[in-house]
Write a new protein. Structure first.
Length: 229
């Protein structure tokens, strides 16, 4: 029998989860996730659960709801992205400057809302809530960010997933005098050498296709909780 070279399936393909780099995303949810370290009581990560651009009919994303497949699949890559590499917490700098967890979270929220052109929502929340948790919950309930896309720079910290392949804990870069983590201009240009934290791992099969994994190595809950297909 002659060897057919048509319809050859090579495996691998485009990952279902967001990867480090510059990409256009829309936000699905924004959540506060407590840090589990015993010496960091009250510390929190602010996590954006986002979806990348529509990748077309050839892309097969995660099911929106594994228990209800009739809802279809995400049209783009999805992932949980931390507001920064480090968590928000109360503290004091070496120079004696007092750092307020809630103030720093509010600063991030203001920058995000300005970039998304929804700062009027944030302004309207003045003195409505007693805690930062209540404010973020209201943000998720009202969802003024839905359908608003913009460019983000996604940095990554490598880790080994349960299948033994390298994956990424994603986070946004810091603001600098010249760059911002998201927006329509001056967005930080991804540089793998400086924007990826390499993991010390054993060698893996270079021809193996990585499994899809939305987890992080922090032990925090995930906004996207999806089973693999």
């Amino acid at each position: 029998m002659a060897i057919s070279t048509e319809n050859i399936k090579t495996g691998g393909g485009t990952p279902k989860i967001l990867q480090p780099g510059n990409t256009v995303c829309t936000i699905h949810t924004v959540t506060l996730q407590p840090v589990t370290l015993k010496d960091k009581v009250g510390a929190m990560h602010l996590v954006l659960s986002m979806e990348g651009p529509d990748l077309g009919t050839d892309f097969e994303g995660f099911f929106i709801d594994k228990a209800n497949e009739s809802l279809g699949r995400y049209k783009g890559q999805i992932g949980n992205v931390k507001a920064g590499e480090w968590f928000f917490s109360d503290g004091e700098t070496k120079g004696g400057t007092i750092i307020s967890r809630d103030t720093e979270i509010l600063k991030f929220m203001k920058n995000l809302c300005v970039a998304l052109d929804i700062v009027s929502w944030l302004d309207a929340q003045d003195n409505k809530f007693n805690t930062i948790e209540e404010l973020i919950q209201a943000f998720n309930t009202d969802k003024p960010f839905l359908g608003k896309s913009m460019e983000y720079c996604l940095c990554g910290k490598e880790y080994l997933n349960k299948q033994g392949y390298i994956n990424y804990e994603l986070f946004l870069p810091k603001y600098t005098k010249t760059d911002v983590p998201f927006g329509s201009k001056r967005v930080h240009k991804f540089n793998e050498e400086t924007d990826v934290r390499k993991a010390k791992v054993k060698a893996v099969d270079e021809f193996a296709a990585p499994a899809d994994d939305l987890g992080t190595d922090t032990g925090t809950a995930q906004a996207f909780k999806l089973d693999e297909d």
